[in-house]
Design a protein around this ligand. Structure first.
Ligand code: ATR
Length: 278
């Protein structure tokens, strides 16, 4: 090992599966752009090996980790202290590791999502009727920042209604958010803003949501991303939605927020986002 390799700061993303993660590419592009010296790898870890993977990376001198599916809630439990967004979502996607092994947890998903909406897509949230489809890990980080942007209302629809109710309860049962089943959605008029936070499509299923949710004025956003249209984006296009986009922007923006926490420099996301979409 050369001297420069020994001193280079190491970061990684931990998840399962991890082979297709774009985080290493994004962080290496950020490092190139900002002139920061760092290495960034991908680590596959099952839930039972997650803690060992985190502690082992820290013990080997690693400085920080991004955490992805299915470990964000386990990461929250593991961290010694957490930022306000992580505490609110009870989920962590960014760990900063101190020299003594202390783990600081942050959640940049909500900030990344809102930044993509407001800066890249210029999509308003204030006074909009918002529909979130799915009440799992992906929905968890975006609800509080959406509520803070003062929509007219948020409907949180989930196949398992109890999970939507429990998530709302966990967030302190704020005003302006209502749990509904997919069946109950059928009697609602089209929403201004429809967000897919389910994992449908990962295994090739067709979207199970009522078509009445989407109209010609609906803006549709998939938190998932893919090199071709995701099933949700294809479904929304077939329903003639005003616009249907994938979560590439959120992916790059949440990564930029993590990079800034670790390195104190904010990368310019526009050229990287362009490159990733290509
Ligand atoms: P993630 O962390 O990606 O959100 P998760 O916590 O397992 O993963 O949540 C997956 C979400 O997708 C849940 O809202 C799940 O609905 P249930 O709570 O009813 O399980 C939803 N989901 C997954 N497959 C689905 C399907 N075939 N139809 C409808 N909803 C589905």
């Amino acid at each position: 090992m050369t001297e420069s390799e020994e001193t280079i700061d190491r970061y990684a993303v931990v998840g399962q599966p991890i082979a297709h993660s774009r985080s290493p590419v994004i962080h290496k592009l950020f490092a190139q752009q900002t002139g920061e010296q760092l290495d960034y790898e991908a680590i596959e870890a099952s839930p039972e090996h997650f803690e060992t993977a985190v502690r082992g990376f820290g013990a080997a001198g690693g400085k920080g980790l991004n955490i992805t599916v299915p470990h964000k809630q386990a990461a929250y439990e593991l961290c010694n202290d957490c930022g306000p967004e992580a505490n609110q979502a009870r989920a962590v996607n960014t760990i900063t590791i101190a020299a003594d092994g202390h783990l600081r947890g942050d959640n940049t998903d909500g900030r990344g999502f809102m930044r993509d909406l407001t800066e890249n897509l210029e999509q308003p949230v204030a006074d909009q009727r918002v529909l979130i489809l799915g009440a799992g890990g992906a929905a968890r980080g975006i609800i509080a920042p959406l509520l803070a942007a003062e929509p007219a209302a948020i409907v949180l629809a989930n196949r398992t209604i109890e999970r939507a109710e429990a998530l709302i309860e966990e967030l302190g049962a704020p005003d302006g958010i209502l749990p509904l089943t997919f069946e109950a959605l059928e009697s609602e008029s089209p929403f201004d803003f429809v967000i897919n936070a389910t994992s449908i499509g990962l295994r090739g299923e067709d979207p199970p949501f009522p078509e009445s949710c989407v109209g010609p004025d609906s803006f549709c956003y998939d938190l998932a991303y893919s090199l071709k249209d995701t099933p949700f984006v294809a479904w929304a296009r077939e329903l003639n939605a005003m616009q249907a986009v994938q979560g590439w922007g959120m992916l790059v923006e949440q990564a930029a927020e993590s990079f800034e926490i670790w390195r104190g420099v904010r990368p310019d996301t526009a050229p990287i986002l362009k490159q990733m979409k290509r």
